[in-house]
Design a protein around this ligand. Structure first.
Ligand code: ADP
Ligand code: MG
Length: 661
């Protein structure tokens, strides 16, 4: 921007930004950088239009506040301070039906003189008229809107000579003020515009209408405690219409009929860009472009509200109409002539702020990273604030934007994360279940060891003495059967106890390399397989070697095989499949037995769970199997069907063992 010290009229409040990208979308020059999820206004690129300020619902953008500076000027009695009020005030201070109330209140703040900027507009209107009459075929762009001027200087520097070389109404008024009150005065512009705060070094400070209201409040200045008074200095005329987008046009009494007037009038943040681009491309020539960044100054960001366009329009028009009706035209003309000598020229300097376009390859790469591989992936949804995906990628390459700003891309990433989370969740669930099993088994191990130890000795005594008694009894002794029963039951107890001891002892493994296929075939020999059961090992591996504790693993498979056989009282098939890859072997022990009912599936590995008759099952087989597999860092799963309606019944235990432990 222009004003020496003030190249930033809008700043960002840290941490207030909620990253909606509305400011990016609304900024006509993309002077907003998104870093770490926070929007930051780039003073260098900003043209001071204030769009970002008005659209931010979080109040995360603040306008450069010069109230304190103005207070300082007012307190320093050594210099006259002149206020210059923009002609859009009737659209802001609608509560005062006479403008003298407002002027009186401003005076009470301590301003020595108050000038009407509309007079400056009257003065420059004459210059514009002459320019339009004299300019051959050259297209001029009006230079009264500072945001438009900044835009041309920064982004179309080669068009700077097309800016009308005429001062703005504000600058013209300040020159009038110095002519009237001397060079040594201080000037304060009061208006709806924030770019004005940086427009010119000729003006000392700038206030928005909103800030003026704040100052009234601070000093408790009300219509009741102030004396109404009119503007100082010369009377203004048509210049009062200036804040409406056709203001200048009215002023020079030209029609915007293209044939008659060769004047194009436009306002609003997109339209002015289009118009200037067309001038650059020489698509239009021989016209005058009357451009305003806002929809007329009366819709500027320094207004306390930016609604009710037509109402504002009517307020200004009403004010101007009454004023013109009562205007002393002779007096006005005299004023104009009185200030005719004032130099109203203005020059502009190119200040190129354009970035180099990043190379195409980089842009392509960024687009690919955002999941955009083909033209059809370019949704151009605008959610990121940029018009097209391509523009977004350019901004990413230039360091102004982040790829995370792409909503469809982020949503897709989120979906992926959710899926990953689900998988992790599932894994967690299984691990939790496994942990529960392990815990139960560990507890069981301790208890079993204790019980087994205590029972083993008395049981030994019972077995030994009942056997002695049995041997000593004559064959025909009627007591024999009873003693035999004691011997059998004591044997049964010994079996249970030795099972418990087995279970408790399994806490260490000693592995060696074993040919698993040969080993499985051998394991079948240790199980009594009835004639009606066909047992076989089917190998699909070329490398059968696995590191296992052979003795313990033998218990695993004999238990599984026994269970399978017991599940097939009427015969069937017991098949053991061996599959695998270079890291694992997968052994599936399958049978065509009765299957396991669904309700028993999660009880199977619980110690003492058995469905077998008393004396037949102990319910210690599968817990033992589970413990040994876990010690081998393996996994065991079960699939089973016990419902004939669902097809062949049977069970499949799937064991995965790492080849190396
Ligand atoms: P037990 O064989 O002493 O009953 P296990 O721990 O070996 O104890 O087995 C527990 C229970 O799991 C069995 O009682 C049975 O209900 C069920 N089971 C185990 N393997 C099979 C199988 N192959 N087919 C059907 N049920 C099975
Ligand atoms: Mg068993």
């Amino acid at each position: 921007m222009g004003h020496a010290q003030r190249n930033t009229v809008v700043t960002t409040v840290k941490n207030k930004c909620r990253v909606c990208f509305t400011c990016v979308r609304e900024c006509p020059v993309k002077a907003i950088k998104i870093i770490d999820g926070q929007a930051e206004v780039l003073g260098e690129r900003c043209i001071g239009c204030g769009n970002c300020v008005t659209v931010c619902s979080q109040n995360a953008k603040v306008i450069l506040d010069l109230k304190d500076e103005v207070e300082k000027l007012l307190n320093d009695k050594s210099k006259k301070v002149v206020a210059m009020v923009a002609p859009s005030f009737p659209a802001e201070f609608i509560e005062y039906d006479d403008h003298k109330i407002l002027i009186g209140m401003i005076r009470k703040l301590g301003f020595d003189k108050i000038l009407d900027v509309a007079f400056g507009a009257d003065l420059i209107a004459r210059k514009y008229k002459r320019l339009l009459e004299e300019r051959d075929d050259k297209t001029f762009i009006s230079s009264d809107c500072p945001a438009i001027v900044f835009y041309v200087e920064h982004y179309h520097p080669e068009l700077v000579d097309r800016l009308a070389p005429i001062a703005s109404p504000m600058v013209a008024t300040s020159r009038v003020a110095r002519d009237l009150y001397g060079k040594d005065i201080k000037t304060v512009f009061i208006g709806p515009c924030i770019a004005k705060k940086a427009e010119s070094d000729e003006i000392d400070e700038g206030l928005t209408f909103t800030e003026l209201r704040e100052m009234f409040e601070k000093h408790n200045i009300t219509p009741e405690n102030s004396e109404p008074s009119g503007f100082d200095g010369p009377l203004s005329g048509m210049g009062s219409l200036f804040p409406m987008s056709r203001g200048l046009l009215q002023n020079v009494k030209k029609s915007d009929n293209v044939i008659e007037g060769n004047m194009i009038v436009d306002s609003g943040k997109q339209n002015f860009k289009e118009a200037i681009k067309e001038v650059e491309n020489e698509e239009i020539s021989g016209y005058h472009l009357e451009l305003l960044c806002c929809d007329g100054c009366m819709m500027g960001p320094g207004m306390s509200d930016r609604n009710n366009f037509y109402f504002k329009w009517s307020q200004i028009s009403k004010y101007a109409k009454t004023k013109l009706q009562n205007l002393d035209v002779k007096q006005w003309q005299e004023n104009i002539d009185q200030f005719n000598h004032i130099d109203l020229k203005q020059s502009f300097t190119p200040m190129d702020r354009r970035d180099d376009t990043p190379d195409e390859e980089k842009i392509e790469q960024i687009l690919r990273e955002m999941g955009k591989f083909e033209e059809s992936d370019h949704l151009n949804c605008g959610a990121c604030g940029y018009h097209r995906c391509y523009d977004h990628a350019v901004a990413v390459a230039q360091g102004y934007a982040e790829d995370k700003m792409c909503l469809p891309y982020t949503i897709e990433q989120l979906h992926q994360s959710v899926e990953e989370l689900n998988t992790t969740n599932d894994k967690l669930k299984t691990t939790k279940l496994e942990l529960k099993h392990s815990e139960k088994l560990a507890n069981m191990g301790q208890i079993s060891a204790g019980i087994a130890h205590e029972l083993n000795n008395p049981l030994g005594v019972i077995t030994m003495y009942s056997n002695i008694v049995l041997e000593e009894l004559k064959k025909d002794n009627p007591m024999r059967n009873d003693i035999k029963l004691i011997v059998d039951q004591a044997d049964r107890c010994k079996n249970i106890v030795s099972g418990l001891l087995n279970f408790a002892r399994k806490n260490k493994i000693r592995v060696k390399e074993v040919d698993i296929v040969a080993f499985l075939n051998r394991s079948l020999d240790s199980v009594i397989i009835p004639d009606n059961v066909k047992a076989s090992v089917i190998s699909n591996v070329t490398n059968p070697y696995v590191m296992i504790d052979e003795e313990q693993m033998l218990q695993v498979f004999t238990n599984l095989e026994k269970n399978a056989v017991e599940a097939m009282p009427n015969g069937g098939e017991l098949k053991i499949y061996v599959d695998g890859n270079e890291n694992n072997v997968v052994i599936r022990v399958t049978d065509t037995g009765v299957g396991i009912p669904k309700e028993n599936m999660d009880k199977m590995f619980t110690p003492f769970f058995t469905t077998k008759d008393v004396g037949k099952g102990t319910g210690l087989g599968l817990p033992l199997v589970y413990g040994i597999i876990k010690m081998h860092n393996g996994k065991i799963n079960v699939k089973s069907n016990s419902d004939t309606d669902e097809g062949q019944t049977g069970t499949e235990f799937i064991i995965t063992l790492p080849r190396v432990n």
